[in-house]
Design a protein around this ligand. Structure first.
Ligand code: BG6
Length: 255
């Protein structure tokens, strides 16, 4: 029975891989919108995937969020790759400390004996303020490191939920609704077709930097995120997806 179940998960993974032209899809059992253990399993699977992706001198950027916090929590053990650097993909968002991109980056680095650098900046500042901060020499140095990363590990959010977490204005929220935004990654909002329909100013990795990445690992699960995940993957059409059965089944139902 267990073998049969695992085979079913493998079939789901193969279907998702084909539908979104991905490099690899890893599916853990359960639905993390209902079951916290499924989210922990996603974290464990993503941590393993990240460890296997590391190589000498690579630079890794990570986002924050509750899912990435689980990845950081599961990161441990010996890594043979040398001179690995881990940085946050963007500035902080506030909220729980362990969900901050800075903390996720530092935890992952410490767990595997890598170096890390932090971005001591909130991510939701006024645009004019962000522009002047970007000119500061120390900030510039870290931002350049972030932009030169080879591997990105990111969470995916439901557009309106993330907009609220990022403190978007009521006008901004209305624009998101009008433009049919369903998914979010790194301040970019995607509609069902995978087009970017809105972006919030911030510091760190920009969408244009994504092309230079060698590997992108998207980590997100839960049937509640199915539409968001599908929207983002429709845009990316590359990389690795680590998700759960709840999200996978719902994404494929909608085709
Ligand atoms: C954020 C990422 O930190 O985490 C977003 O920058 C993502 O891209 C979000 O949408 C997801 O958060 P969670 O808590 O649902 O894993």
């Amino acid at each position: 029975e267990i073998i049969c179940y695992l085979e079913k998960l493998n079939t789901l993974a193969a279907q998702l891989q084909e539908e979104f032209s991905l490099e690899q899809v890893i599916i853990v059992p359960g639905d993390s919108s209902r079951d916290i253990y499924a989210k922990k399993d996603i974290g464990r699977a993503a941590a393993r995937c990240l460890k296997e992706s590391l190589y000498d001198g690579c630079r890794v950027a990570v986002t924050g969020g509750t899912t990435l916090a689980e990845v950081a929590h599961s990161m441990s053990g010996v890594v043979t790759a040398r001179d690995v650097l881990v940085v946050p993909a963007r500035g902080g968002l506030g909220g729980e400390v362990e969900e901050q991109a800075n903390v996720v980056a530092a935890r992952i680095a410490k767990a595997i004996g890598a170096e890390y650098r932090l971005l001591h900046l909130p991510d939701n500042l006024e645009e004019s303020l962000l522009e002047s901060l970007k000119k500061d020499a120390r900030i510039k140095e870290v931002v350049e490191l972030v932009k030169s990363c080879n591997i990105l590990v990111h969470g995916i959010g439901v557009a309106l939920e993330m907009a609220a977490r990022r403190g978007l204005s009521p006008e901004g929220l209305q624009v998101l609704e009008e433009r049919g935004a369903v998914g979010e990654v790194l301040r970019y909002y995607f509609n069902r077709e995978g087009q970017i329909v809105y972006s919030q100013p911030g510091i760190g990795i920009e969408f244009e930097d994504m092309g230079g990445l060698k590997k992108v690992i998207a980590v997100a699960g839960g049937s509640n995120k199915a539409e968001a995940i599908a929207a983002v993957l429709r845009n990316h059409r590359r990389g690795v997806l680590v998700t759960d059965e709840g999200a996978a089944r719902k994404i494929l139902q909608k085709g």
